[in-house]
Ligand binder design. Sequence first.
Ligand code: ARG
Length: 482
Amino acid sequence: MKLWGGRFTKPTNQLVDEYTASISFDQKLWRQDIVGSSAHVAMLGKCGILSMDEVRQIIAGLKKVKEKIERNEVQFLVAHEDIHMNIEKMLIEEIGPVGGKLHTGRSRNDQVALDMHLYLREKLMELIQLTLYLQKALLDQAEQHLDTVMPGYTHLQRAQPVLLGFHLVAYASMLQRDIERMQDSFKRVNVLPLGAGALAGTTFPIDREFVASMLQFDSIYINSMDAVSDRDFIVEFLSHASLLMTHLSRMCEELVIWSSQEFSFIELDDAFCTGSSIMPQKKNPDVAELVRGKTGRVFGNLMGMLTVLKGLPLAYNKDMQEDKEGMFDTVETLHGALALLTPMIESMQVRKENMRKAVTQDFSNATDLADYLVTKDIPFRQAHEIVGHAVLYCIQNKKYLLDLSMEEFKDFSALIEEDVYQALDIDTVVNARNVFGGTAKVQVEKQIEACKQLQKTSQSWIDVHSQKVMVEALVDIQSPVI
Ligand code: ARG
């Protein structure tokens, strides 16, 4: 018998059961569902809607259900459609008809929204923490490479020399924005929908503040129709996740390029690479490639969710059940990528000599020759042209700028003096960019320091919030209530 079977004259078609059930994937929410139900029933007791004896029986029953699920003793049934009705059925089996009082003043619409909010806020904490770990790995490597010069690229053509530390801080900075975005979204995730009922609120004199404080929500949806219709917080998460994956994907693309034989800038640790079934010499950067590849499904999940929501009339529609798999998948995909990239970056070996060679045997100090001429009062545009001719001359004569003799330099501009050799020296070139945000060593040191300060702020935010929003931590909050 279905929990909602009263109005029906015959059983549902078997295919309908299978098609509409969400239990195969929403069983992931069982902890959230039990915690939410415990808080709800405690509130019903406090408000005199249920007797304290009934509340005790229901909470004890929910505890038993929880223990049985933990011991793997239960079977979730498609016939009971979703996690909410499966648990309610189990509760009634456990304690009898009084279990049927749990759903007083509640609907699955506000219940499922609550479960999703509880789930996502916890996962958000884990993901921010993992992003912070990856950011730290990047900053640690950056600190090791404050003297490692490499080409900075535009159009994947060598542009100007930079420090590897500088390049890595660029990624650490991107991750900082990801962290802050996720932190900011917490405000909108940590809003209580329970108490909205099916869509219009409830006739029972419930106390939503009480539930909010028990479950550590910072605020309550001010409109019940919005509370049960809102999946913006999921879209927002999927969108932040997409941008974070974009960053990881760009970084992975560079790891793939840098570890190629053509570049040979880095060597990824054997533990994070795989081989080929046919070519014995191969060592492939599969992890980096897969992170890059899995970015596609994360984008797909965002597009899927947006498309589900567009055109939905208020309030709840069954379409919204489609919010789950994409979100779970994105959480897991991000989790996997962050957890793997951290040790991969930590263990990455850098081939400093190859990076330096790519700078010295090239023209990436050409801008510096133009800047040098500008210091001799030649307008930059003219200096640019002079250096262009010098570079062309070098290419035709198989030389680099630093190979030119004084006479050759003088052919391009009589204003060039002996000090040009010092000005074009690679370390000079890097350290000459000594402006805020530049690649000079002292500037990169400041950038690392700035990132570390931001990291500290984000870490203390995590330390404060994650303690209270973990579902496990909330389970014990219920006990003093009864
Ligand atoms: N399994 C449903 C979901 O995930 C729960 C809410 C069902 N509500 C309803 N009115 N049918 O969306």
